[in-house]
Design a protein around this ligand. Structure first.
Ligand code: PLP
Length: 473
């Protein structure tokens, strides 16, 4: 992409880069409480100050150019610097910057976006998604799910169905309900979580949880059956829903074996419980489909989305509500006492519409499915030969590497060595953003990434793996 598409005029960009990094860092640590950050550490080291971005690259205040293989935080699907999105936001701001959707009012971009999403969400085995509830984030959307699920069962005269089953190491957001639905022990340890009626089962993590000699297919079935065991131990009549990410993202890009999802679907169908597919990461082309449930043949009742719907240019999230739930809420429910000031925010919806149109025009979803996704898989396959790499997997445009001490024996490193963090530091030094989850190195590149840019990224990854290996010797 040429730099003429940058939103910030070059003069402004230069000014930002001329700022004194140390001064910004000092103000940052004095006043800004960051999400998921150790502030003691931040005060000593100083935050990296990101000043601008274009296409798949970001720049810091020292002028370093960095290839952003994480799309910001799994969200900048259309890449940085897309003028169309800025224009859509500007025009809507000048026309109607805000009005709420409470008490029988609406606005045109919210209606258009809901209609567009209903068109994009494929029908799956008789399940239609014709209704959308808007929020401003994935966390708020999952809170909405908890309220909708409870309301649904109450309206059906089964108020005892309260328990929502989730998975260890899942990430469903940071609000009380989101963090409770999530299975991150570090989050649960702070603030007495989970809240009541949320329980967790194991994750389908083949590398960590498979037994010696167990096939992927057998392990997938066994992991899915943990759900049935949990349902039976609670009592099926008390279970309201099962929530899961089609591919676990923040937990380390855990791609389930092919047998996993069909078995999960069989189990939720058998016990009549609702299925929530949390696609905050997986939707909008990330796995080569508009929605990931299509890829896995899942028939969810509720689908959480956020991030990629606006390519992260402005906060927006929501829930696609399948007809099973929508019918009950609409026909039996009366007023649903739930909503956010910014539900259906006109500017956010206008930017989302522009983003979805851009993605359609540039065929980004098809590109990931048929061209760049398979190419990324091919290139990742080569990494399996690296002495540090115990497993290398991709699914569309998410990918993960497991760093191991001994490949043949599947022996992992001692946690105290923090090998993942060492590798991440080498990535930083070499101009690459890759995320470390323990000793798993993960990526989720912008969907605009070309084959040539995949090659560029793979060279950087190779260099960082070599540097990590060298450091460990
Ligand atoms: N659900 C999933 C699967 C996520 O990955 C995330 C964020 O990464 C969330 C929910 C929470 O979204 P947000 O940070 O927008 O609240």
């Amino acid at each position: 992409m040429n730099t003429s598409t940058l939103i910030a005029p070059p003069a402004l960009v230069r000014r930002a880069e001329q700022q004194d990094t140390k001064a910004i860092q000092a103000l940052d640590s004095a006043h800004y409480l960051h999400p998921f950050t150790d502030h003691g550490d931040l005060a000593t080291r100083g935050a990296r100050v990101i000043t601008r971005a274009d296409n798949i690259y970001i720049w810091d205040s020292e002028g370093a150019k960095i290839l952003d293989a994480m799309s910001g935080l799994w969200c900048v699907n259309a890449g940085y610097g897309r003028k169309e999105l800025a224009d859509a936001g500007y025009q809507q701001t000048m026309t109607l910057p805000f009005y709420n959707s409470f008490f029988q009012t609406t606005n045109v971009p919210a209606v258009q976006l809901a209609t567009k999403l209903a068109q994009l969400a494929p029908e799956v085995r008789g399940r239609k998604f014709e209704h959308v509830f808007f929020s401003s984030s994935g966390s708020e959307s999952n809170d909405t799910n908890v309220r909708m699920v409870r309301r649904y069962w109450d309206l059906l005269g089964q108020p005892q169905r309260k328990v929502i089953i989730s998975r260890q190491n899942a990430y469903h957001g940071s609000t009380m309900a989101g963090a409770s639905l999530g299975g991150m022990s570090g989050m649960h340890a702070q603030g007495d979580l989970p809240i009541p009626d949320i329980v967790h089962i194991g994750q389908p993590h083949f590398f960590e949880n498979a037994q010696p000699g167990e096939s992927q297919a057998d392990f997938g079935l066994r992991a899915a059956r943990w759900l049935e065991e949990k349902i039976l131990s609670i009592g099926a009549d008390k279970v309201a829903a099962f929530i899961a990410e089609p591919v676990q993202g923040a937990g380390g890009v855990i791609i389930p074996p092919a047998t996993y999802w069909p078995e999960i679907q069989r189990i939720v169908d058998k016990h009549g419980i609702l299925l929530i597919s949390d696609e905050v990461i997986c939707a909008f082309g990330r796995l080569g489909h508009w929605f990931a449930y299509e890829k896995f043949g899942i028939r969810p009742d509720l689908v959480t989305f956020a991030k990629g719907v606006t390519s992260g240019y402005i906060p927006l999230g929501g829930v696609m509500v399948g007809d099973r739930v929508a019918k009950v809420l609409i026909e039996k429910g009366g007023e649903f006492n739930h909503g956010y000031t910014y539900s259906g925010h006109p500017v956010a919806c206008a930017v989302a519409l522009a983003n979805l149109e851009l993605m359609e025009r540039e065929k980004l979803v098809e590109r990931v499915r048929d061209d760049t996704g398979p190419y990324l898989a091919e290139r990742f396959e080569e990494l399996r030969g690296h002495p540090l790499v115990g497993a290398a997997e991709t699914c569309g445009f998410v990918a993960g590497l497991v760093l191991v001490k001994n490949k043949a024996k599947r022996q992992v490193f001692d946690e105290s060595l923090a090998v993942g963090m060492r590798c991440r530091a080498h990535c930083f030094r070499n101009g690459l953003i890759m995320r470390a989850v323990g000793d798993r190195m993960i990526i989720a590149p912008p969907l605009v990434m070309t084959r040539e840019q995949i090659d560029e990224m793979m060279d950087l990854i190779q260099r960082c793996l070599d540097a990590t290996l060298e450091e460990l010797r």
